[in-house]
Design a protein around this ligand. Structure first.
Ligand SMILES: C[S@@+](CC[C@H](N)C(=O)[O-])C[C@H]1O[C@@H](n2cnc3c(N)ncnc32)[C@H](O)[C@@H]1O
Length: 278
């Protein structure tokens, strides 16, 4: 019993840390700067239609939820971080759209079994630390014959590379936590969902980014606005390694730049996975 209490306390503390991390910087402005195209891609791939009940897990500011609501679906946008939900609610209201915004941990969703026609997550659920728990919850709340849709950064792509670059400077991951970009691996999805979901779309695609002129601007943007990069810089700072991390990030930006020194171009690879819940 006491070890159960310890586990729950440790998990609550971990989630509180994650909530603070995602509320730091300015994630909504990252969405506006270059992530907006991803949501509609996922919504289209999931075949969202008017009247469907759709759950967006780790919805953030509603990058996928809002386009689903625009299609006439009845949408619940759920996320761990109230600050991002508030920003999403404001954006939706300014567009005259009504959605439900619910604070929820992807590992323990506060919804009944088989409640939704579509359960989706756009580069979101991948950031909850316990992958199998998340996969089980996505399956549980989706009705049999319903759709599960995911867009996830791949391990081999640019965001997978960013996490590898930051890894040596970051605090060690808590016991049992798995790396987010694993969700972008076809084999990992197979091991998480097994025969409970039959994937009809498993495609690697790229999000092209031309919003930055100099290649180092990409790194500066992440350093200023992206929670995982901000906490890694804080940790490196505490260990006297901030300069080293700055250099590693600059080398990373140059390595991944497919444009020029005055007009950068990056491709961030993601795995689009859409399947039917059996
Ligand atoms: C990269 S953002 C993606 C947000 C949004 N889906 C989008 O496409 O912009 C990752 C999101 O995962 C959320 N998140 C992280 N851990 C979570 C958890 N355990 N449960 C629910 N949401 C979580 C964060 O709050 C953040 O909104």
């Amino acid at each position: 019993m006491s070890s159960m209490i310890d586990v729950n306390d440790a998990d609550r503390a971990l989630k509180a840390k994650h909530r603070t991390m995602w509320a730091s910087g300015d994630y909504p402005s990252m969405v506006e700067t270059f992530l907006l195209p991803l949501g509609p891609v996922l919504v289209e791939a999931c075949g969202v239609r008017p009247g469907m009940r759709v759950l967006d897990v780790a919805a953030g500011t509603g990058n996928a939820s809002i386009p689903a609501a625009e299609r006439g679906a009845s949408v619940v946008a759920s996320d761990l971080t109230p600050r991002l939900l508030d920003a999403g609610r404001e954006r939706a209201e300014s567009m005259g759209l009504e959605l439900k915004w619910v604070e929820a941990d992807a590992e323990d969703l506060p919804f009944p079994d088989e409640d939704f026609d579509v359960v989706m997550s756009c580069i979101g659920a991948m950031f909850a630390p316990h992958h199998q728990e998340v996969a089980n919850e996505l399956v549980r709340v989706c009705r049999p014959g319903g759709t599960i849709g995911l867009a996830s950064w791949t391990p081999e792509g640019m965001i997978g590379g960013l996490f590898r670059t930051m890894g040596p400077f970051a605090a060690p991951p808590p016991p049992g936590a798995q790396p987010p970009p694993l969700w972008g691996s076809e084999d990992h999805l197979d091991s998480l969902f097994g025969d409970r979901v039959s994937f009809t779309v498993l495609e690697r695609r790229v999000l092209e980014i031309t919003a930055f002129q100099h290649p180092l601007d990409w790194g500066e943007h992440f350093k200023q606005f992206y929670g995982p990069t901000i906490v890694t810089f804080d940790h490196a700072h505490r260990n006297g390694r901030e300069e080293e991390l700055d250099e590693a990030l600059a080398a990373f930006c140059h390595e991944w730049n497919l444009g020029t020194e005055s007009q950068a171009r990056f491709e961030q690879e993601y795995l689009l996975a859409v399947g039917t819940r059996k």
